[in-house]
Design a protein around this ligand. Structure first.
Ligand SMILES: *Cc1c(COP(=O)(O)O)cnc(C)c1O
Length: 223
């Protein structure tokens, strides 16, 4: 297994090249290391390599890693969050990447002790297997979040289809960017929507070319 430091060097190089291709040299791209498939020790190796944003997709995994690593990391919850699990994790995380329904927003409002930075998850590709709101539902949903004091919509999140068709992947990321521009135009104080969480091990370079500001990388970095 390659060291995380070595993997990070390769990824950082590719990030820089993608930024240059898109004339985004001055933009900060936040790497979120997805540690869902690795041990606490491997996650700690990521911290030692200088990575300080970690992502998990199950409450149990998040709590286990956080118990060991604590405040040395910024914590991202990237998986589907069941309403009954909100209480367990919502005050342990810094970012939620998977806000996708009103019942979840209501539960967060009830349980969170302070505002939570949320990405609204959108199913741009329209694949049935994917979570998230449809492109059409996203804006009405965001508008309906106004009444909540604990939800701050920092951005949008999507997952591209798992395919070799780079143009299809690009179209999905571009669709999320277009939707973001529409949300920004609404000027909602609780939804600045300045961020885009898109791109994983297979497609982060395309995501950066299309405007990603948070990339969620598992296999290529820690796997
Ligand atoms: C697992 C996962 C990732 C990371 O996937 P890799 O292909 O291993 O980089 C990113 N985002 C979400 C939502 C995931 O579940």
């Amino acid at each position: 297994m390659a060291s995380i430091r070595e993997n990070l060097e390769v990824i950082q190089q590719k990030i820089d090249e993608a930024k240059a291709r898109a004339n985004r040299e001055d933009d900060h791209i936040q790497i979120v290391a997805v540690t869902k498939q690795v041990s606490v020790e491997r996650a700690m190796e990521a911290i030692d390599a200088g990575i300080h944003h970690l992502g998990e997709n199950r409450p149990e995994g998040l709590l286990e890693k956080k118990a060991a690593i604590g405040d040395k990391a910024v914590w991202h919850f990237i998986g589907t969050l069941q309403s009954r699990k909100v209480k367990k994790v919502i005050n342990e995380i810094d970012y939620l990447h998977s806000l996708d329904r009103m019942s979840l927003a209501e539960e967060i409002e009830k349980r969170a002790l302070k505002p939570v930075k949320c990405f609204v998850e959108v199913n741009i590709s329209g694949e049935e297997s994917k979570h998230g709101l449809s492109k059409e539902e996203a804006i009405p949903f965001i508008q309906s979040l106004e009444k909540f004091t604990k939800i701050q919509v920092v951005g949008l999140m999507t997952m591209a289809p798992y395919t070799d068709d780079k143009e299809l992947i690009r179209k999905v990321f571009r669709g999320l960017k277009e939707l973001q521009q529409e949300v920004i135009k609404l000027n909602l104080p609780y939804a600045p929507c300045t961020e885009l969480s898109m791109g994983m091990s297979n497609d982060y370079e395309i995501a950066i070319e299309e405007g990603a500001t948070f990339i969620r990388i598992g296999t290529a970095l820690v796997g």
